[in-house]
Design a protein around this ligand. Structure first.
Ligand SMILES: [Zn+2]
Ligand SMILES: [Zn+2]
Length: 424
């Protein structure tokens, strides 16, 4: 077979039983999110490029290297969203929600796009479920948001997860620390890797993101930002710890947790699991009190997170999914038909049955034996066989695959007979 088209690198198809897994997770997540008071928001997959370059910030990998940006025929600069927080804030402002009292709590679920190097569990089109809670500066909300993220993992029976938290200060205390860090690191620049030497000039805090052993060792000599924040940030962090403890959430301090994005303030956190022989983050978030104002709104505190759907599914189902070994969507009733008139007879009755159960009408024209195999493969409980004789008498042969029992059922008694067996 000469397949002409292939999906772009770093993308994937989700189908058959794997799609059922996705749906199972998504349904649970929606349930949990609504219980925590979040309502769904759907924003466009495309946004003005400016939104991300300004909100996410240059000096981040996302903006510098990973955006799918293009100019439309009308000359607009457009980007496929690499993340959703900036879009939610844009929507919050554009829809006039700043006038709403209280905290607005949104959740989203959908694809994001980053031109990243594809590797195991990482894709250029990937999916996130996330929340944004806009309007409260309270550390209690930070704790509730972290608890919400954990609840999402619990809802799909994920195990072995750990929570890491950190504080990265505020506009009062961070600039001083960043200057101190920069001066300290400049004096040791030759000890850092090439990436770090560039970061050191553009976004020094991101030195903590580096995974290179020698960089990490070197940074061990600099006090972490959590030890340099102001009193208000320290109090915020202490109250976060108290709130988490009140819900029995154990969290470890991780001073290297600075997040790659510019808009975070104070709380940052990650939830990670052991994956591919190392600890990897499945979910990350934090407080971003400056973003709404940066996007042109009034000063408005906010906090949120996003969870990687592919990574989480990989954690839940580590084995590679093989579409060849997957069954098709299950049905309750399988209608095996011999000849086109019998198919039409079956199709008309299927309409009635579909009011109460899942029905497949076999229109392949293959032999009855092959159709029976098809019924088993789809997990059907009942097979209704229609051939010339049944058609002439307006009947069906009804076979219960549970016990092999077969009997004749008149067309007008079919619905009742099927309901009786299925208990529907
Ligand atoms: Zn501060
Ligand atoms: Zn480095």
């Amino acid at each position: 077979m000469d397949i002409r088209y292939r999906r772009p690198r770093g993308t994937r198809d989700v189908l058959l039983e794997e799609m059922e897994r996705w749906r199972w997770c998504e349904e649970r997540w929606r349930e949990v999110l609504e219980r925590y008071g979040f309502g769904e928001i759907r924003t466009p997959l495309i946004e003005p490029t400016d939104l991300f370059t300004r909100a996410v910030g240059s000096g981040t990998d996302i903006v510098d290297k990973e955006m799918y940006s293009f100019e439309t025929k009308g000359g607009e600069q457009i980007t496929l969203r690499p993340e959703a927080t900036a879009s939610v804030v844009r929507a919050y402002l554009e829809n006039g929600l700043t006038r709403q009292p209280g905290t607005l709590k949104f959740y989203y679920l959908g694809p994001m796009f980053r031109y990243d190097r594809p590797q195991a569990g990482r894709y250029r089109q990937f999916h996130q479920v996330g929340v944004e809670a806009i309007g409260s500066p309270s550390p209690v909300l930070d704790a509730e948001v972290i608890r919400t993220a954990l609840a999402l993992f619990e809802a799909v029976d994920a195990e072995g997860l750990t929570v890491q938290v950190n504080t990265i200060g505020c506009p009062e205390c961070r600039p001083g620390y960043v200057a101190e860090l920069q001066a300290w690191a400049r004096g040791r620049a030759e000890g850092f890797c090439e990436t770090c030497r560039a970061r050191l000039e553009i976004n020094p805090l991101r030195l903590f993101d580096c995974k290179v052993e020698s960089c990490r060792d070197l940074l061990g000599g600099m006090r972490p930002i959590s030890e340099a924040v102001c009193g208000a940030c320290r109090d915020h962090h202490a109250a976060l710890r108290t709130s988490l403890a009140a819900m029995d959430v154990g969290a470890t301090e991780d001073p290297s947790l600075v997040r790659g994005l510019d808009y975070y303030t104070r709380t940052t956190f990650e939830i990670s699991a052991r994956q591919d022989l190392r600890q990897s983050a499945l979910c990350g978030g934090g407080r971003y009190d400056g973003l709404v104002e940066q996007c042109g709104g009034p000063p408005t505190p906010a906090v949120g997170f996003s969870l990687g759907v592919e990574r989480t599914l990989r954690h839940l189902y580590p084995e590679e999914f093989d579409p060849q070994l997957s069954r098709q969507s299950p049905v309750d009733v399988y209608m095996a038909c011999l000849g086109q008139p019998a198919m039409i007879h079956a199709l008309a009755h299927a309409e009635l049955l579909r009011g109460v159960c899942r029905v497949e009408v076999d229109t392949t024209g293959r032999g009855v034996k092959a159709q029976m195999k098809g019924a088993h493969a789809r997990g059907a409980r009942l097979v209704l066989i229609a051939g010339d004789d049944e058609l002439a008498a307006g009947k069906f042969q009804m076979k219960d695959l549970n016990d092999g029992h077969q009997r004749e059922v008149a067309g007008d008694g079919l619905l009742a007979a099927v309901r009786e067996v299925l208990g529907s």
